[in-house]
Design a protein around this ligand. Structure first.
Ligand SMILES: [Zn+2]
Length: 660
């Protein structure tokens, strides 16, 4: 009996232990572990930190060279970031071009040491840390710009064997710019993004550590972060991960300690005026995510509830469609007025949104930005693609999903605006971004190699969304949703490639879509079908035209001719709908391979209208206006549409300047 009880209690203990272990099982392969202790000086907007980084060598080969990002150094005169702004900033993010002293940033490594190494079994701790500061040197793998100091490299005295690990201790000093490209201060507000030396990613058999470019974002390995940040005591603080402690130091400062697991970056924010709005969402796996919104007091009335609603609704939609959000926290930051460049940004479990105190309820800007940045928790945060090289897989897949979520929440035609009798749907504006730059660069272009910033924006966001919406017409909306769900489930917490995406969609769709990928994704071909001509001609040869005899309607035989023209080089099967004046409707399909195709019918009825892609599947079609022919056009309708588009385009292009 006693034995049985002991056995049972032991069994119970084992079950509990297994449960705890299962709950703590890492979601990702944790390559890095960062412990950072930093002090922020709110007067000078500077920070001094010490970072202890343990890197696990899962590369399968010995490693003796390590590259690191120093992103804040991008904000220096003649850096690659600033040079590219001068050369390429047209339209998209053009606001970043005004370089001056206050927009200068700095990330300086004061001391770089190796404190220990291990071969996976034995730890080798040196009598004294090895100081490698003098071995550090800047590298410029992308453009050779000797003024750029956004990446440095260091060679170790001996390689780290496969499965071994190395621990670095890096003392660094930051100077934050007034907000540029989603990092920096505005008055008392601070958004600290890309603020510590960050190791590159070993990817596809080599180091991937690009310089910081005007258009590019980030790429890093998953791991664990333990971060302490000391800020003035009256500041309200928020960060990636979970708050562990909030300790007053008795000198007017406090130290905030945060812990985050299975993330690949860490950002924080602080502002004495933040108002905190709390909410929560319990997902389908039973995990509750605490939503914490850090509001500017002036925006509380117009936007606090709106932010909270869209955040919860988006969490729910993603849970339902793609899978549950696995983190227990999500922080949404509302940046201050004039700190616009801090708005619309994603970091793990931490996003920044944007609004104004007067935001009209019919303009869904706070909703769009919040949904978009939350979406990045999946496409960037978890499916951690290479944002430098494959921007479309992060911004573009996210933009496509944004259309789907906003359409589902607010309806297709009103998903971004619905006021003063005007309404606008998100898909139309994604398409509009693309049409302006349609053939400039393929989606597969490296982020920094687009001809202009406008092309980068239009292609990576707008074209990708449009390509995926068009794909719905080929494989069906349900299959697309299944494909995106499979993409998330299969590749979360990894660094997948473009090929992985195409392979996943092909597999779920059950068809080889190479013909589509080659044109839409790897190419710059324009998709544009038009009705070249459409007419009905009297086909009664017995009628003597001089007598002007007219047979009654429905008795005269007509020959109806419709020529469909493939104006662009993008080849895709297309469907045609032709309507006749006896009410008859005819549908035809053409493979689109030739340059044009003539359809003809003999009927005792005249043509009323002809339309290619009549089910409106081809979001990629660059010109919708030539898709149809109508016997009696309605000019008034066209004018109304034009006016609406002008307003929408203006607002949308403004917004794109800062959405990332
Ligand atoms: Zn984005």
């Amino acid at each position: 009996m006693r034995l049985a009880r002991r056995f049972l209690s032991l069994l119970f203990a084992l079950i509990v232990l297994a449960g705890v272990m299962a709950a703590q099982a890492p979601l990702s392969k944790r390559v890095v572990a960062y412990d950072i202790d930093a002090k922020y000086d709110a007067k000078s907007h500077t920070l001094d930190g010490v970072e202890t980084l343990t890197y696990h060598n899962y590369t399968g080969q010995p490693l003796d060279t390590f590259p690191f990002h120093l992103y804040l150094n991008a904000f220096q005169r003649r850096s690659t970031f600033n040079e590219e702004q001068r050369l390429r900033a047209e339209g998209f993010r053009a606001g970043f071009t005004n370089f001056d002293e206050k927009h200068t940033g700095l990330d300086e490594v004061k001391k770089f040491e190796v404190v220990s190494m291990s071969d996976g079994k034995h730890t080798l701790t040196f009598p004294q840390p090895q100081d490698l500061t003098s071995k550090m040197h800047f590298v410029r793998p992308d453009d050779g710009n000797t003024n750029d100091t956004s990446v440095f490299e260091v060679q170790l005295p001996q390689p780290i064997p496969p499965d071994g690990e190395v621990t670095f201790r890096i003392a660094f000093h930051d100077k934050f710019p007034e907000v540029v490209a989603r990092t920096g201060y505005k008055r008392d507000f601070i958004l600290a993004g890309q603020w510590f030396p960050k190791v590159g990613v070993w990817w596809q058999g080599k180091w991937n550590c690009h310089q910081f470019h005007q258009n590019t974002e980030f790429f890093a390995d998953f791991g664990v972060y333990n971060v302490k940040v000391t800020v003035p005591e009256n500041y309200v603080f928020g960060a990636t991960g979970v708050q562990v402690s909030d300790q007053k130091n008795g000198d007017g400062t406090k130290t905030m300690t945060y812990h985050a697991e299975d993330v690949h970056d860490f950002a924080w924010t602080a502002d004495p005026t933040f108002k905190v709005v709390d909410g929560s969402y319990t997902n389908s796996a039973g995990l509750t995510t605490k939503v914490r919104i850090l509001m500017q007091p002036a925006n509380m009335k117009s936007s606090a509830q709106r932010y909270l609603n869209i955040t919860i609704n988006t969490l729910k939609k993603f849970d339902e469609w793609y899978g549950p959000y696995p983190y227990s926290t999500l922080t949404v930051v509302d940046p201050p007025h004039g700190g616009g460049q801090a708005g619309g940004m994603e970091y793990p479990t931490f996003i920044t949104a944007d609004t104004t105190w007067w935001m009209p309820s019919g303009l869904l800007e706070p909703e769009l930005v919040t949904e978009h940045e939350f979406g990045h928790q999946y496409w960037y945060g978890m499916v951690a693609t290479n944002e430098f090289e494959d921007a479309w897989m992060d911004e573009g897949i996210n933009s496509y999903v944004e259309v789907k979520v906003l359409d589902a929440l607010y309806s297709k035609k009103k998903s971004i605006a619905d006021f003063y009798g005007l309404s606008a749907g998100e898909r139309g504006l994604q398409r509009l971004q693309y049409t302006g730059v349609a053939d400039l660069d393929p989606m597969t272009t490296n982020g920094w190699e687009y001809v202009t910033s406008a092309s980068y924006g239009g292609i990576t966001y707008g074209k990708t969304a449009t390509v995926l919406l068009t794909l719905e017409g080929i494989i069906g909306e349900a299959k697309m949703q299944e494909a995106i769900r499979t993409w998330f489930q299969r590749y979360k917490f990894t660094h997948p490639t473009e090929e992985d995406f195409m392979k996943t969609v092909n597999e779920v769709a059950g068809q080889d879509l190479t013909w589509y990928w080659n044109q839409a994704l790897r190419g710059t071909n324009i998709l544009d079908y038009e009705i070249l001509s459409a007419k009905s001609i009297n086909n009664d040869w017995s009628t003597d035209k001089k007598t002007s005899f007219k047979a009654p309607k429905g008795q005269t035989p007509y020959l109806t001719l419709v020529v469909v023209h493939r104006k662009g080089d993008f080849v895709m099967p297309v469907q045609l709908e032709v309507k006749f004046d006896n009410g008859e409707v005819v549908h035809e399909t053409w493979d689109g391979k030739d340059r044009w195709h003539r359809f003809q019918w003999e009927k005792k009825a005249k043509l009323v209208s002809a339309e290619v892609d009549y089910t409106h599947q081809f979001q990629l079609d660059k010109d919708f206006y030539n898709n149809s022919y109508l016997e009696e056009p309605n000019p008034q309708a066209t004018r109304k549409i034009t006016n609406y588009w002008l307003i929408a385009v203006q607002w949308y292009s403004q917004m794109l300047a800062w959405l990332t």
